[in-house]
Design a protein around this ligand. Structure first.
Ligand code: ATR
Length: 279
């Protein structure tokens, strides 16, 4: 029986088991997918003994994604460019390999939910400069020739991200984000704002063209205040859950040998877990 897990600290909130166990059952695979709460100081030891723990591979979530990349024998181009890995697997010789599937997940979902997002795209705006922004910039740079405007509350963080990704990324001042929307055909929120128990993202969509696609990586709630506002004024919207579902595909295929499908039924299964939490 092949076993995989998600390693995080904390890990209780992770929805990866929900996704992978759904697929295991759906495809009739004799496998298992567990949650492993591992402290940062124990991560290298845990991953070094992954096979002893009975695993063929793992997903890695906060705060271990950078360490996962460092510990792997090989890493794919996405993980290297993003500087973090979210998917690990052991080869037949017991060597550890790493991939980052977040950019794949984001782009695959965007292509599926808003297939015309790149048509006549003037510029794209990415809000935020954390780990999620790194993955999304990597994905967007490969997928479009459009200019990418990057705005973050802390300017220096945006600047260092832009430095990492080169001239295609133009840092704009956080205070100018509303006006800069006028040239944008895509708006991506990668900050945690809008998440349950967080403040909503403070943005005025007034200047954004009505055909611009608005997408959020926050998926709890599924309809963030940003997406609700965008939909009300007629902009096409893409929620953050699809990215989570699609990023899981390559890992599952690697560990269990079947390329799983992201279906409406899987989506409904995960949506059912997104119950409103008490304030
Ligand atoms: P992750 O790695 O998961 O993307 P992160 O590194 O904590 O998470 O990044 C969170 C993002 O949300 C950052 O871009 C952060 O901006 P700073 O770099 O200025 O911290 C952004 N963010 C969080 N709270 C914010 C707020 N109240 N206003 C604006 N941006 C905020």
């Amino acid at each position: 029986m092949a076993r995989a897990c998600v390693i995080g600290w904390p890990v209780a909130h992770s929805r990866s088991p929900l996704i992978h166990r759904y697929w295991l059952q759906h495809y009739g695979i004799d496998g298992a997918y567990e949650k492993e709460a591992v402290r940062p100081e124990d991560f290298a030891g845990f991953v070094g003994a992954l096979a002893d723990h009975g695993y063929v591979g793992a997903n890695v979530t906060l705060p271990h994604k950078e360490a996962a990349l460092r510990l792997a024998r090989t890493a794919d181009a996405a993980a290297i460019a993003i500087g973090a890995a979210n998917t690990l697997w052991l080869d037949g010789d017991g060597a550890l390999h790493a991939s980052n599937t977040d950019a794949y997940g984001f782009m695959t979902n965007l292509d599926a939910e808003a297939p015309a997002w790149n048509e006549g795209l003037g510029a794209a705006m990415v809000l935020g400069a954390g780990g999620a922004a790194r993955a999304i910039l990597y994905g967007l740079i490969k997928a479009t020739d459009a200019k990418i405007l990057l705005a973050n509350r802390t300017w220096a963080r945006a600047k260092s991200l832009a430095h990492r990704f080169g001239a295609r990324v133009e840092v704009i001042d956080w205070e100018t984000r509303n006006a800069a929307l006028a040239t944008c055909g895509l708006l991506v929120n990668t900050t945690s704002l809008g998440m349950t128990r967080q403040a909503p993202l403070d943005i005025d969509l007034g200047a954004l063209p009505r055909e611009a696609v608005v997408t959020d990586i926050v998926y709890n709630p599924l309809l963030t205040p940003l997406l609700v506002t965008a939909a009300k004024r007629g902009n096409p919207t893409v929620d953050g859950l699809g990215m989570l579902l699609h990023q899981a595909v390559p890992g599952f295929e690697r560990w269990f040998g079947v390329r799983p499908e992201v279906t409406p039924a899987l989506r409904a299964h995960v949506v059912a877990s997104l119950k409103p939490e008490p304030a």
